[in-house]
Ligand binder design. Sequence first.
Ligand SMILES: NC(=O)c1ccc[n+]([C@@H]2O[C@H](COP(=O)([O-])OP(=O)(O)OC[C@H]3O[C@@H](n4cnc5c(N)ncnc54)[C@H](O)[C@@H]3O)[C@@H](O)[C@H]2O)c1
Length: 338
Amino acid sequence: MLSSTRAILSRASHRLPRHPAPLSVLRPLSTLRPLHEQAKPTLPTQSVSPHAPVGVDAALRAASDPSFTARPKVFDEFALTDRVAIVSGANRGLGLEMALVLAEAGARAVYCIDLPKEPADEWKKTSEYVRKMGGGRRMEYVCEDVRDQKGMWARAREIGDKEGRMDVCVAAAGILKNHTDCLEYPADQFQEVLDVNTKGVLYTAQAAGQQMRRFGNGGSIVLIASMSGSITNKDHAWVSYNSSKSAVLQMARSMACELGRENIRVNSLSPGHIYTNMTAAYLDSQPHLLEKWSSLNPMGRIVSALGAISLSVEVITPGKHCRLVGLLYLFACILSST
Ligand SMILES: NC(=O)c1ccc[n+]([C@@H]2O[C@H](COP(=O)([O-])OP(=O)(O)OC[C@H]3O[C@@H](n4cnc5c(N)ncnc54)[C@H](O)[C@@H]3O)[C@@H](O)[C@H]2O)c1
């Protein structure tokens, strides 16, 4: 081991200059231009926004080209015009709310995957609302169990065959069980939670990712984790839920590193407490929890639906344009504070 390390070091040393550059080749400090007069540092172009130039590049173009029109582009950059999406757990709750957001952002078709054979009344009314927005937007309901890997792959392939593309995936289906002592936690219940919250998230991401690879347009996969993947809710005996969500955080990092080269981005999103059917199971039967959970939130409140959520986003953007990183962080912060 030591000898091979020495060999590597000795090979590397041949590539290094034996001496520092002679002083004569260094420019005296007095001849260097001040920083503010030097040209903006540039890298070879690796990716170009379809809306380029954007951000500061657009401002610089406007300064040098009077015919260039200054106009906001930030919403163009977030537009999902003509995109196709799938969202699991989208018959209600956060999944349905996020499906609606994708449709509002311009997605042409948002496929909502959930367990019941027929969608709920709330889903039907939301779908009708999307139709009325016009622009050819539509929501479709698909009955499937995220625990069925082959079933999920088949549904996504059918969607790909019909739509000719796949751009966005939100894996939101999840379950939370009653308090159960961690030292007595039954194997079958632990397995059930992992099956939906961890394996189901993987199968959903696989199903959409396979279609993204098939069509070669890249895409964006968002895995819904939870604050419970990073912290533990004191006084709540949720060892299965917390463990399942931690796994989702690492799944996102792992998949992001594997799929980045195919221009498929994978990120995780960790909501705080939000009033949905999942949390109503606790809040409706134990009203004191409302005050407790609200006081744990920096804003002193919990909310219903996604309009105002406390949120932590893990944005994994290897080698991405700094404009994109800036936008994502800013929007995440704005969302979490409204
Ligand atoms: N509500 C919160 O406070 C909160 C906080 C953090 C994270 N989350 C996460 O957000 C996601 C959505 O939660 P929610 O609050 O909207 O819950 P919800 O119970 O209202 O909705 C979950 C949906 O997932 C569906 N689902 C469950 N098992 C499924 C399966 N095997 N196959 C397909 N669909 C299945 C349910 O039918 C339901 O429609 C979950 O992953 C949850 O863990 C919620």
